[in-house]
Design a protein around this ligand. Structure first.
Ligand SMILES: [Zn+2]
Length: 361
């Protein structure tokens, strides 16, 4: 059992199913002797199996519990933010054992906190080298005509890219003698637009290749060129990676999730605040990274099969974690499967579904 304190100052006991004393099924609820205040006279603990939330009816105890296995996403989220210190200055603590619970050993759930995976040496060096060039890559984005033309071809104003920390790695940046050591790990990042990523594990980067891109070449033509000519991967990421979005403490109550980095830039170009839009840069989401102030998630993923499938999956996960979820896919027409593609073709009116959802959210 772990006691945590929510942002509202409420204490929640996160318990394991195995810690419940002689639980019995009672309709939608499970009743158990309360191991928190140590009673074995009455099954005063009542837990709703579908949500994992429960309460002890003993007035002196009045505990609120969450059974971790019955609501894993929420338990993970609560534990995570408590450890991050983002929800409360109070640190999680193991309650002193009561006379009742002393009879059974406490089991601290090990599954919720898998040990951090060891990051291979070359990836650590890669990340360090990229971070050290951050400022120079941002400047290169402004100075490189090639990078500016590419942004323009995707309908992204340079201002929006600069404000979100986007950079570009031109080959010249690796020429200097002082770059000799980093050259090896950075080679695969050359001629890429580079986006900063955030995660609780630290900053990361994702890079979009401009390999053999020429002014006037469409995104679709370039994509098929990269695939056809066996070119470099279109996108590469560091380890850790993360989200392309604002710092978590600045997140709004309502967050709009898109798949791609250019989709996020598109929505910011259309006037949405940077604190409201996160690019997942993929279709997986770490719900436990969401700070407690986020109440509503709008899923505006791609309009293809992958995006629709991911929307359904993420909507379920977010709802389980207690968030209000809305789904806002691009219209099912021929103007493109994502926001950036549609923006290039239709301009401002391509974004109207997003504004409609947000005005009602
Ligand atoms: Zn109790």
């Amino acid at each position: 059992m772990i006691t945590i304190s929510t942002q509202q100052g409420k204490q929640v006991e996160i318990v394991l199913e195995s810690e419940l004393h002689s639980p019995i099924q009672a309709g939608e609820h499970v009743r158990a002797y309360c191991h928190i205040h140590g009673s074995d006279h009455q099954r005063s603990l009542s837990i709703k199996k579908s949500s994992g939330w429960g309460h002890c009816f003993n007035a002196a105890c009045d505990a609120t519990v969450l059974v971790a296995e019955w609501n894993r996403p929420l338990a993970t989220r609560l534990l995570h933010f408590n450890y991050q210190g983002l929800t409360s200055p109070a640190r999680p603590s193991l309650r002193p054992s009561t006379s009742e619970s002393r009879k059974r050993p406490h089991i601290v759930q090990p599954l919720l906190f898998p040990p951090p995976k060891e990051i291979p040496q070359w990836q650590q060096e890669e990340l360090r080298a990229l971070r050290s060039l951050d400022e120079q890559m941002r400047q290169a984005l402004v100075q490189s005509q090639r990078a500016r033309l590419y942004l323009r071809s995707r309908g992204i104003p340079l201002r929006v890219a600069r404000e979100t920390g986007v950079g570009y790695l031109p080959p010249e940046l690796l020429n200097g003698a002082e770059m000799r050591k980093q050259r090896g790990v950075l080679r695969r990042w050359v001629d890429r637009i580079i986006f900063p990523l955030n995660s609780p594990d630290g900053m990361g980067s994702i890079g979009r290749s401009l390999w053999h891109w020429q002014p006037g070449m469409s995104e679709a033509a370039h994509k098929s060129l990269l695939e056809r000519e066996n070119g470099p991967k279109r996108w590469i990421k560091t380890n850790p990676a993360g989200w392309f979005g604002a710092d978590v403490e600045h997140f709004s109550h309502t967050i709009l999730f898109v798949e791609g980095a250019f989709d996020r830039l598109t929505l910011l170009a259309a006037g949405l605040p940077a604190t409201d839009v996160i690019a997942l840069v993929g279709t997986t989401m770490q719900i436990e990274w969401l700070p407690a102030q986020v109440k509503t998630a709008v899923l505006a993923l791609d309009g293809d099969d992958g995006g629709r499938e991911a929307s359904r999956r993420l909507a379920n996960q977010l709802a389980l974690a207690g968030l209000h979820v809305q789904i806002c896919p691009p219209a099912p027409d021929t103007w493109g499967k994502d926001w950036n593609e549609r923006w290039q073709q239709l301009g401002r009116r391509s974004i109207s579904p997003v504004f409609e959802v947000l005005s009602g959210a």
